[in-house]
Write a protein that binds this ligand. Structure first.
Ligand SMILES: [Zn+2]
Length: 207
């Protein structure tokens, strides 16, 4: 999961918000402007697991705070995420909060996931060490509730590392190996799949 800096909402959001205030409706209208804007904001990948939307998967609009309970946040731009169906199904309407009514779930638009999560070489996502008790709980609940260590995700992350190790095996010249791997990791951009995991690998190589 990576931090996503959102831009200004598309103009239609204000219009829909005004309409909602007048009508008191709890229905969310999916309009193409919102969908397209979210696709850009989230680099065409899932806000939670960073799987790219390919072929027939377009992503689903997720209300971080469920719209059934938090009707005031239906068109709150920071409350709208674009996620894959596997994450959306698990997250569903769930929204755990602590005793101070603060969310126990990481929102990549509001929180900085890279301050809360780390990974291991087996492809697993973990809470970072040295977090406060509340942050640790929030990180653990997020991983568990959204299934961020589900088998296919762990497998895909692990494959990234395996592929990099294979470069090392096939290249005879160690100088060239390092260069090749560094080149791959230096080309990281926000729209890359599983970017947080690639950044984690990059920190391993610096050691
Ligand atoms: Zn996902």
């Amino acid at each position: 999961m990576i931090k996503v800096e959102k831009h200004l909402p598309p103009k239609i959001i204000q219009k829909l918000q005004d309409q909602q205030k007048k009508s008191g409706s709890r229905q969310f209208r999916v309009v193409s402007e919102i969908f397209e804007a979210l696709k850009n904001e989230f680099h065409n990948k899932c806000a939670y697991c960073e799987t790219k939307f390919k072929n027939n998967s377009f992503g689903e609009i997720e209300h971080f705070k469920p719209k059934t309970v938090y009707s005031d946040s239906i068109y709150d731009w920071n409350n709208l995420l674009l996620v894959c169906s596997a994450c959306n199904m698990r997250k569903s309407k769930r929204f755990p909060i602590n005793n101070n009514k603060m969310p126990l779930l990481v929102n990549p638009v509001i929180d900085n996931p890279e301050e809360l999560f780390t990974y291991n070489t087996k492809g697993y996502m973990l809470p970072k060490p040295d977090l406060s008790n509340n942050e640790k709980r929030k990180a653990e609940i997020t991983i568990h509730l959204i299934g961020l260590n589900r088998k296919e995700l762990v497998g895909r992350r692990k494959l990234i590392l395996t592929n990099l190790i294979n470069i090392q095996r096939t290249e005879q010249d160690p100088k060239k190996t390092g260069k090749k791997i560094r080149e791959q990791l230096n080309e990281l951009t926000d729209d890359g799949e599983y970017l947080a995991y690639l950044r984690y690998i990059k920190t391993l190589l610096r050691r």
